[in-house]
Design a protein around this ligand. Structure first.
Ligand code: ADE
Length: 352
């Protein structure tokens, strides 16, 4: 009886707030009404979910594109929760062979959500099995390749594929075109990040002042995952050094210790900017050269580090490579000399 009651309480907590399947506190919102930011995307999803529920059909296939930590996976879980269906998750690199994908597809139940993270990394040969699966809810088994080739079409239950990618440009067009809803997630503004830090502090029972919330939000690189990570580090610092209370000063000291500066740049960001400015005279420099100087894989530079530096105007991308902007020079108090443009350069050149 007591056990049953405890189960009920945990079910209620799970339903309304922040316990995951294993009863761990999670900062991820579980329903759309708790989701902060990305307002237009949330609105689109609300409509699509309600319409699909009314028709008793699975929701259309959805592709989310955007840098890591902005909520692609969270949204997939929320959609499954709101549709009242199961979510089965995999990732591009995990689907090495056609059989890996077939195994999952043939076990999907009606309305299930199949979530593929890093969908741009699915091998081409595997990707081709997805086309009929997405379009006709069927897969074609091929026997006896060659002159005696035979195929058998196997019917699947209607399901929803949700793909997440940091680089939708790498998706083949046949795959991209089979998604009914495609959305780019953008970096969050400070106002939304403040709301996220407040919400997470309430869930974790952290005592935090307005200034502390603001310091964390503005250094979070426009990214909820970063905001929540910083919040946890600042909480540790406050607990050990400041009687558990996060004030503006405590947050500033804790974040300085983490190597996060006033603009939210970390050690790697600063290294990258300084390399462009000092080693390459401000650029342009190609991604491969940066990758080998920094000893960081180009994919990590492209997907994780560069998007925020571009968005916040520390670098620009030109056809010849990356350039540091005046803002980047200003960040390090290095004098910025505006390079002569092609037009000015030609105009001033002596004609011989
Ligand atoms: N935690 C992480 N991302 C969030 C979001 N977008 N809204 C609310 N809480 C979050």
């Amino acid at each position: 009886m007591i056990h049953e009651e405890a189960n009920n309480i945990s079910e209620i907590l799970k339903e309304n707030s922040s316990l995951d399947e294993d009863n761990n506190l999670t900062l991820r919102p579980r329903q759309l009404s708790d989701y902060i930011g990305q307002d237009k995307i949330v609105e689109t999803l609300k409509i699509a979910i309600e319409a699909a529920l009314q028709r008793k059909e699975p929701i259309d296939h959805i592709l989310f594109n955007g840098p890591p930590g902005l909520g692609k996976t969270t949204l997939a879980h929320i959609i499954a929760h709101e549709m009242g269906t199961k979510i089965i998750t995999s990732s591009g690199p995990a689907l090495e062979k056609g059989g890996d994908l077939m195994g999952i597809l043939t076990h999907l139940e009606k309305g299930d959500i199949f979530f593929i993270d890093e969908i741009h990394r699915i091998p081409k040969t595997v990707e081709e099995f997805l086309y009929p699966a997405m379009e006709d809810f069927a897969v074609d088994f091929i026997f006896d390749k060659g002159v005696h080739t035979r195929t058998h079409r196997y019917r699947l239950e209607p399901f929803t594929l949700i793909g997440a990618t940091t680089r939708s440009g790498l998706l083949s067009s046949p795959l991209r075109e089979r998604f009914g809803i495609t959305r780019d997630l953008d970096f969050y503004d400070e106002k939304d990040l403040i709301r996220i830090v407040k919400r997470s502090s309430a869930i974790l029972g952290i005592s935090i002042e307005q200034d502390g919330t603001y310091e964390i939000a503005r250094r979070a690189r426009g990214t909820p995952r970063v905001a929540n990570r910083l919040l946890k580090r600042v909480r540790d610092f406050a607990q050990v050094r400041a009687q558990g209370k996060i004030t503006g000063d405590v947050a500033m000291d804790a974040l300085a210790l983490e190597g996060i500066d006033e603009s939210g740049l970390g050690e790697t960001d600063r290294k990258l900017l300084k390399i462009i400015i000092l080693n390459y005279k401000g650029g342009p420099v190609g991604i491969e050269a940066l990758s080998s100087t920094l000893q960081i894989e180009t994919d990590v530079l492209l997907d994780v580090i560069e998007p925020f530096l571009l968005k916040s105007g520390f670098i620009i991308r030109t056809s010849k490579g990356r350039r540091a902007t005046e803002k980047a020079y200003g960040h390090f108090n290095i004098p910025y000399k505006k390079e002569l443009g092609l037009f000015e350069g030609t105009k001033n050149k002596k004609r011989v």
